[in-house]
Design a protein around this ligand. Structure first.
Ligand code: GDP
Ligand code: MG
Length: 168
């Protein structure tokens, strides 16, 4: 039976791949134009960590992040957080710290992870390797480079957060 359920919020600028990441992790699929199903707040996936059944509830937004209009109910009770930016969107990288602060202002200090998505587009990267590493170091966050499209490192992100949560 399920012993632990974790609410995970996935934040970052619009179009960095948050919805795609949730859909990839929970349903195993990638589509070019994923639209959030109206009325569905989160998708879930169950994993086993050292013999314990853990249910991850990954909360998606309906695009309100574009208007800085995420409601408090989105963050309420969040127990872990993915801070995401895109390899090909400079502004999304520059916004990471403000996303971190927003989450902390709402829910305090919870396990977080920094994710650079769309690493398949690395030839057109607008952020160098060094500056991404430097940001992770400055914010004291574990850092993953993912491609939701190619299914690279996505599982690792959520396993890390689950481990961190269980070790709290
Ligand atoms: P959100 O606004 O952060 O939820 O972003 P979406 O999940 O809607 O993704 C925005 C666009 O980026 C969509 O066209 C996705 O198909 C695309 N996308 C998401 N992840 C990747 C990735 O890893 N690589 C590439 N090349 N495109 C991606
Ligand atoms: Mg979305």
């Amino acid at each position: 039976e399920i012993e632990v359920a974790i609410k995970v919020v996935v934040v970052g600028n619009g179009a960095v791949g948050k919805s795609s990441m949730i859909q990839r992790y929970c349903k195993g699929i990638f589509t070019k134009d994923y639209k959030k199903t109206i009325g569905v707040d989160f998708l879930e996936r169950q994993i086993e960590i050292s013999g314990e059944e853990v249910r991850l509830m990954l909360w998606d937004t309906a695009g309100q992040e574009e208007f800085d209009a995420i409601t408090k109910s989105y963050y309420r009770g969040a127990q872990a957080c993915v801070l995401a930016f895109s390899t090909v969107d400079r502004a999304s990288f520059d916004a990471v710290e403000s996303w971190k602060k927003k989450v902390e202002d709402e829910v305090g200090n919870i396990p977080m992870v920094l994710v650079q998505n769309k690493i398949d587009l690395v030839d057109n990267a607008l952020i160098d390797h060094e500056e991404a590493d430097a940001l992770a170091k400055k914010l004291k966050l574990r850092f993953y480079r993912t491609s939701v499209k190619e299914d690279l490192n996505v599982n690792d992100v959520f396993r890390y957060l689950s481990d961190r949560y269980l070790a709290r």
